[in-house]
Design a protein around this ligand. Sequence first.
Ligand SMILES: N[C@@H](CCC(=O)N[C@@H](CS)C(=O)NCC(=O)O)C(=O)O
Length: 203
Amino acid sequence: MKLYHFPSPNPQKVTFALNELGLDCELAPVDLAKGEHRQPDFLAINPAGRVPVLVDGALTLTESHAILAYLGDRAGRLWPTTAAGRALALQWLFYLAQHIMPAAGQVALPLRAKVSGVAADEAAVNQGRQAFAAALPLVEANLAANRWLTGDAFSLVDCAYGPILNVADRAGFSFAEFPQTGSYLERLRARPAWQQTPKLPFL
Ligand SMILES: N[C@@H](CCC(=O)N[C@@H](CS)C(=O)NCC(=O)O)C(=O)O
């Protein structure tokens, strides 16, 4: 397998998961700061010009959450084996994609500015903070009842949430009103697989 990546949150979901699963995978860096994702050779691999991209034989897969589901099935670990379990895992991944990540992207604009060179729009950052806070109560309530998002056992769903909560925190979002989520982030950061995950200096 080969993973095209950059040490930013979406690819980090996959490098975190690969470390947790102990899977062998060649890492191919794509430097977003240098615009390598807009070069023809990379656009031939992913016309959307985004990372992560996983190549496994004839399969070229984009979208971090689809890659996590594939790796979980392929490894037969950290991914539910029942229909109900898989549906629940997907429920939390769709919630992250639809309701949390757009807001986290705005919260993280001051950090993204360090890579893109485009100054962060303060109004957008504040709007993002509000939307992010509005999306967290569901996560907080789940974590009050469960150690990890899908229950007692760590899963690849947690590999998806970790880098997003981490970037929001590093961008200055306070989890004081969401203590369960704040503790969950610390549990994620304590995992050796996360500590070995490539990170931009400010992440
Ligand atoms: N929905 C995609 C988002 C991927 C994405 O936006 N990745 C960022 C890096 S964290 C990227 O490649 N950005 C390039 C750009 O903004 O031009 C996923 O979950 O994989």
